[in-house]
Ligand binder design. Sequence first.
Ligand SMILES: Nc1ncnc2c1ncn2[C@@H]1O[C@H](COP(=O)(O)OP(=O)(O)OP(=O)(O)O)[C@@H](O)[C@H]1O
Ligand SMILES: [Mg+2]
Length: 287
Amino acid sequence: MIKLTFFYTKGGTGKTTLCFNYGWYQAEKRAKRVLFLDFDPQMNLIKSFADIPDKAYEMTLEDLIVRRLKKEPVTLSPYLIRVHPNIDILPCSNNFSQVEEYLTDYIIERVNRETRKLQSRYRNLFLKQLLDEIILESHYDYVLIDSQPNYSLLSTTALLYTGRLALIVRPELYSLLDINYLFKIVDLLKERFQAEIKVVGALINGFEPAKTLSRKIAGEYEARIMSRAPVLRQRIRLSSHVPNSITMERRPVFMTHPDSLVAQDMLAAFAELDGLIQADGPVPTLP
Ligand SMILES: Nc1ncnc2c1ncn2[C@@H]1O[C@H](COP(=O)(O)OP(=O)(O)OP(=O)(O)O)[C@@H](O)[C@H]1O
Ligand SMILES: [Mg+2]
């Protein structure tokens, strides 16, 4: 089972869009079984699919975690929404901050009861352990997490759980200037948790090949990221087909506009990403 988080610390770079399209690519083109985890309280990933049942707003990741904290037995299947014969989604709640409160109370209660020290990082470990336990290797080929763009309990848990991230960047100045911060976060997490967190590759999205500035900033990413992670050779161009495919048809762009250049960009980039993941081998487990 391959686990991957789509992440960057800047908003609006295309994390949700590419997570959605990559999951569809695995399910449709490679007949893989995909589980999407929507780890962003904006709930954009789940809203990208058509005909989402009302239960998506109640049976959420947050509900699952709170039940576990209350020591109720939990399994994943009642929470899953099947959106395609090969794709399930676990939705997130737009009120995830409640989990942070519950978790903190849980830790305080345990510290009092067991008179031992529990650090705040225990919250991440609790959530990671829960995901490890309920998501069975035999059920999915890919677990793909759409992360929110900041440093939070949710995003750090996503990175710890998957151990791998695809960096989604835009050829824009503010996005470029965040790259050092991103690697700082990754290094900090690796050290705090003694965990392997690998940047499998950086994907330049929203590229405008005819614009000098876009080419220049894309080149600058390559120079700045090169020593830390591969930058995918295949960039994904800016194209109105990308928002249209989701907004109008709730489908990936390679299905709605199969002959478009941007669909070809995506398929080539995804195949390149697959190659990098394969070359990487399995992620070592946390000690
Ligand atoms: N290659 C592209 N060409 C044109 N528009 C794109 C492209 N990729 C993404 N977009 C558009 O850019 C906007 C932001 O994309 P998206 O929501 O996927 O970003 P995000 O990184 O998930 O944002 P957030 O940080 O808020 O979660 C959306 O309107 C999306 O349709
Ligand atoms: Mg998003």
